[in-house]
Ligand binder design. Structure first.
Ligand SMILES: [Zn+2]
Ligand SMILES: [Zn+2]
Length: 330
């Protein structure tokens, strides 16, 4: 999937008519945006690495507690669902419908992951699907030259360094539906508040549950920094590894691959070839036996009426896509 649409402070919405006229400009490159991108990269992509190192060192002196592990798992699941189900499947691809309370909750949980503000993330990911593995794709691993050197450069770029500085997709062009949704636009605008909430909440819970000051620190480290690091790398691995390695059962215009075994840890995102072939589907696994926790979550909400209109492709459609693939390869 994607990714981490870096996004700076705020989603950039055209403020005047001259900018609105420029709506056809699909991406903008400017020192102003690059400054914001570097700042975001440093805060939410580089600093969590220090948190991981610190947590590792501290673990030698004070054993990691059940509370720490519980907070890590809880915030990993909440923010992962926020990105996969909210940012990706609901807002970017509109693959199901949901009650406003669900949409707002997913906006907040996705923001807490620290991977960029909603409108920018959506714009970035729609651009990824539009130009996948072609010039203009913000994070393709396949455009950095031939051979082994090109492979390594491509993987590093698509996994991590692209976020440091990149063209900013025009949200007026790529995400007009979200701009027109006042409730979501307003919620998404408080991006930094939600990211900080994702760091402060596990710290407070850690202190309360362990009844100690150390619990505050270790809750922040495990439920905040380490969790942010792990969720980030899970999502970035889809951008990097799964546009290079894995199986390719369906025809698609790009180099997307499936790494189904990792479905449980990636919330189902690792069915990436399936997703590029059927981006409108809320299910990435496409089959009931596939590990796709994101889809299980959407399905669960549908049973109590909170989501509906789940547009999973029919067996016939999937089969015909596979057949065409076989014919193409022959
Ligand atoms: Zn997608
Ligand atoms: Zn992709």
């Amino acid at each position: 999937m994607d990714s981490a649409a870096r996004l700076p402070e705020l989603d950039q919405i055209p403020q005047d008519k001259s900018q609105t006229k420029d709506v056809k400009r699909k991406a903008i490159s400017s020192p102003y945006f690059h400054r914001l991108q570097r700042k975001h990269f440093l805060m939410f992509d580089v600093l969590p690495v220090l948190g991981v190192i610190l947590a590792g060192i501290m673990a030698f002196y004070i054993p990691v507690s059940g509370v720490d592990i519980g907070l890590f798992i809880a915030f990993w699941a909440l923010t992962g669902i926020g990105v996969s189900v909210g940012y990706h499947r609901y807002f970017t691809h509109r693959s199901f419908k949901a009650r406003p309370a669900v949409a707002v909750t997913l906006t907040i949980l996705g923001s807490m992951a620290g991977q960029g503000a909603l409108l920018s993330w959506v714009a970035m990911h729609r651009r990824h699907h539009e130009l996948s593995d072609q010039p203009g794709d913000p994070h393709s691993p396949n455009l950095q030259g031939p051979g082994f050197k090109g492979l390594i450069k491509g993987l590093v770029h698509s996994h991590f360094t692209w976020m440091k500085e990149h063209d900013y997709p025009n949200v007026a062009y790529y995400a007009p539906d979200l701009i027109r949704d006042p409730l979501i636009a307003k919620t998404a605008r408080h991006y930094y508040t939600w990211v900080i909430l994702g760091l402060v909440a596990p710290a407070i819970l850690g202190g309360l549950l362990s009844q100690s000051l150390w619990g505050v620190v270790s809750g922040f480290l495990w439920g905040g920094a380490v969790r942010m690091f792990v969720v980030g790398h899970i999502i970035w691995s889809i951008n990097s590894l799964l546009h290079r390695f894995g199986t390719r059962p369906y025809q698609s215009r790009d180099h997307s691959r499936n790494g189904g075994l990792f479905g449980l840890f990636t919330f189902g995102e690792s069915w990436h070839n399936n997703h590029h072939a059927f981006p409108e589907s809320p299910s990435f696994g496409l089959q009931w036996a596939a590990f796709d926790p994101g889809y299980w979550f959407i399905r669960g909400l549908s049973l109590v009426g909170l989501t509906w209109d789940l547009r999973v492709p029919t067996v016939q459609r999937r089969t015909s896509r596979k057949k065409r693939n076989v014919q193409t390869q022959q």
